[in-house]
Every structure is written in structure tokens, then in C-alpha cells.
Write a protein that binds this ligand. Structure first.
Ligand code: SF4
Length: 148
């Protein structure tokens, strides 16, 4: 079993209420091989919502309390991101998931790249908050781009 970012199976759960559907991932869910999760919704954030970026590090730094997640209006949404990560981990563990396929560049779901916290579309190497928590609990994480 695996978990996948819900937006990748077609859920309109992105900050702008759009999806990032990838047919192969939708098929995993239809076949009962994957469970979709959206950490930002699980953390209590609305849809649509303000876009957010990690300021001062990446998801591992957020877990360690040395970076924060801030939206583009300056609101600190770190606690919602942490709560969403914990709920996604709970679902992954309950399902016995050993792997996650998550949306690249998201401050929650990114596995290799995130935005740099300046809201200037600048990317940096790093991991989102949920991806980091899953990795710390032994669940492998890769992006949808690895399916190409
Ligand atoms: S938090 Fe993850 S699942 Fe939810 S919209 Fe963002 S990338 Fe998709």
C-alpha cells in the first residue's frame, strides 16, 4: 500500500482549488493500491487558501522548530502544517503504507524541491513538512515526477 497526494489523483484540494491529476496515480487509487491524503486540509486549512512557503529552512527544520510556514499574507500556519503532517502519518501507518508518492515543490508534500520562502517562484533543494515526517518514520517518499 502507498499513500499519494490527493491533488495527484484529481481532488481539487490545492490552495487555488485546482488539482494536479496524474492518470497513473488516479489508477493506483481506483485499484485500491493507494490512499489519497491532503495534509493541508487534514491540518484544518480551508480550500481555497493562501499559498504558503517554508521560511528559514525546509520541512525537517519545521519539525525541529527552526523554520516556520508562512502564507503570502504573512500568517503563520506552521501549526496547521504540523497537524496535517501528523494526520497524514497516522493514515499512512494505519494503512501499513511503506511508500508515499507526493506532489513535488509543495511545502507539505515536496520530496526534493520546495520554494525558498520569498514568494518569488524561486525553488531550493529541500523537503516539505509531511514528506519530512514520513521519512523520519521510515516511509519512503518520492515525487510524481519520478513516475515519468
Ligand atoms: S498539501 Fe499536498 S495533497 Fe494537499 S494540495 Fe498540497 S500538494 Fe496536494
Amino acid at each position: 500500500m502507498k499513500i499519494v497526494s490527493a491533488c495527484l489523483m484529481g481532488c481539487e484540494c490545492r490552495y487555488d482549488q485546482k488539482d494536479n491529476k496524474v492518470g497513473e496515480i488516479e489508477q493506483f487509487v481506483k485499484d485500491g493500491k493507494a490512499i489519497p491524503v491532503c495534509p493541508e486540509q487534514l491540518g484544518g486549512l480551508p480550500t481555497p487558501r493562501n499559498p504558503a512557503e517554508i521560511v528559514g529552512g525546509d520541512g525537517f527544520d519545521v519539525l525541529d522548530g527552526t523554520a516556520r510556514v508562512i502564507d503570502n499574507q504573512g500568517n503563520d500556519v506552521t501549526e496547521q502544517f504540523l497537524q496535517g503532517a501528523r494526520q497524514a502519518l497516522r493514515m499512512a501507518q494505519a494503512a501499513g503504507a511503506e511508500e508515499a508518492i507526493l506532489k513535488e515543490r509543495s511545502p507539505s508534500c515536496g520530496s526534493a524541491l520546495v520554494y525558498d520562502g520569498t514568494f518569488s517562484k524561486t525553488k531550493r533543494k529541500g523537503t516539505g513538512v509531511t514528506a519530512a515526517l514520513l521519512l523520519r518514520h521510515g516511509i519512503s517518499v518520492r515525487s510524481e515526477e519520478s513516475l515519468d
